[in-house]
Design a protein around this ligand. Sequence first.
Ligand code: ADP
Ligand code: MG
Length: 456
Amino acid sequence: MKHMDNTQLWQSVLAQVQFSVSRANFATWFRSTKIVSKENGEVLVAVPNSFSKEWLGNKYQSLILKILRSSDDNVRLVNFVVDAQGAIPQVTVEVPQAQEAVEPQLQFKEFKVDQQTNLNPNYTFDNFVVGSFNELAHAAAWAVSEKPGETYNPLFIYGGVGLGKTHLLQATGNRIRSLFPKKKITYTTAERFISKIVEAIRNQQIEKLKKDSVEIDVLIIDDVQFFSGKEKTQEEFFHIYNGLYQNQKQIILSSDRPPNAIPATAERLRSRFEGGMLADIGTPDVETRIAILQAKCEANAFVLNNDILEYMASNIQNNIRELEGALNRLIMYQKINQKIPDVATVKKLLKNLVISPKKATNYKKIINAVSLFYDPKQEEILLPTRRKEIVKPRQIAMYLLREELKESYPSIGRRFKGKDHTTAMYAYDKVSRQVEEDNDIFNEINLIKQRLYSEI
Ligand code: ADP
Ligand code: MG
């Protein structure tokens, strides 16, 4: 093999990369990159910032490695390093022995949904901030975790979006799990539960499902408002519910509204929902919002001064998820720029969020960012093709329109030719589930979101 120096080697890699990625992606991610060293089969590629490093590591590492190896078969590893600081490389991939898929080992936020319970261990009472807005719900949940099945049954928690229902339900499940390791706990969303019932009916497995569910000691169902209008599943659920209830099994439910406000719900089911403890979660006041931000900063080893905390807490009022979103933006800024933003920068970074959360990003940016990540031509995402490589990005685009812009399902459907609200709902549910269960998807969406919010 002819000898090439590092510059020539990289030139030839880039020339080949160009064939595999879109022009936009190439310009965005491969500009300002170079090989800084090649020793013992390890190629170190310098990139302009930690954001590029993550992106290249996550998405292009195996491609780059493959191309490098086609020019120089001594190469066994590719690492990326941020040029400015000469930081220690963190993203590393070994050449697999056989033809196995290459697994990039990203140092991303680690989370694992427990396979048996479906609980995410990151939701705990420890990291749940209590204020007057949620103290009743908190106290009730805590009491239930001490004596599942014996205090309040069911426990029904309701409140608006992003205010901590899921967190509290899961924290309760996690605590029960640690106090009573033998108890069989199941966390599920109503939507998932409904599809399980529907599937069981279809496969004539419903009796088995009912029989199996008797084994459950603690049943946690999130967002039960989605049972609304599902007559047949309500009926089956009612039987499962009774079976558990009569055996003093704990049932914990959440909803975005109180039972009497959930439309199209059988009266007998509604009265079951109301039969135990009803606890609402309101909205936190400004002091509590500051406390929540402080707790989140601490958890992320991130420091913000009081002016910034106060600015955020007094301007972002809707819910806790938005507060977290704002904080994440600042954390991202710090990651990319290697410095903590000052007040003026914070104002700029959060401007859109503060004025109107809808303006923070928009439809165009989302379609752009998704196509940039997955490469298909933008128009293709919007067209009714069923090609697999288009279906996934399209579903993710739909998910982001819902998640980031709170667009209604019908309006999301209308944006895509030949699609309607059911496609949008299906896409949203599917991707939401994947985000919880699949680390790759979680990382990909995170990177797309970083992209959405990193440019101000
Ligand atoms: P909901 O299910 O009510 O829509 P979530 O439980 O998903 O809301 O909460 C939204 C986000 O806010 C989550 O990341 C959650 O961890 C966080 N959060 C909610 N309430 C609290 C709280 N009291 N303390 C700390 N974090 C909270
Ligand atoms: Mg929730």
